[in-house]
Design a protein around this ligand. Sequence first.
Ligand code: GAR
Length: 205
Amino acid sequence: MALTATLVVLASGSGSNLQAILDACDRGELDAEVSLVVVNRRSAYAAERAEARGIPTHYAPLGPYRQQFDDLSAARTAYDTDLAAVVAAASPDLVVQAGWMHLFSMGFLGAFPDQVVNLHPALPGRFPGAHAIDDAWTEHQNSGLDRTGVMVHLVPDEGVDDGPVIAFEEIPIHADDKREDLEARIHCVEHRVFPAAIAQLLESR
Ligand code: GAR
């Protein structure tokens, strides 16, 4: 991809990985610009990080759709279809899930084939869901798990934290670790691996 790529970033929380992407763009390590940041929680600090950079933000809560539709599946489909239109209007080359805690249906994913990228704080195939660090820590305490990791993958379908892997890195769990040591180590690796994986994917296209 010769021209500077356009990213739309989706986040539900602190947005430290959004920050890592913006910093990598600033350093010239990632030839991209973030044209829109979408958050689905009012409290998501990611929105403040975006606003501090003058990046447009969009707040997209699922709640109103759950009130409108009796059926959760119908609510998700309507939400995903509407959000796909908002994201498509920003013309992204990639849609980047950076701590995005909402599982998309094909109503969203069908609009962005091979364009949705997800970060997950575990090795491929391990600990899917929103509590991967807790799950690895529990297995460390119960049965001595001595490594976990982070991965970046494409999101082709509704599989949870599953899809073609772009990059992953193992992370040791040391015997004298506290849980917060492991979490800090994981985030530190994420902030390096995620922007690099996005750059690698863009360069391959
Ligand atoms: C990151 O650790 C990311 O891997 C995880 O959410 C965190 C977001 O942190 N994602 C998942 O667990 C996806 N299943 P951030 O808001 O500081 O970027």
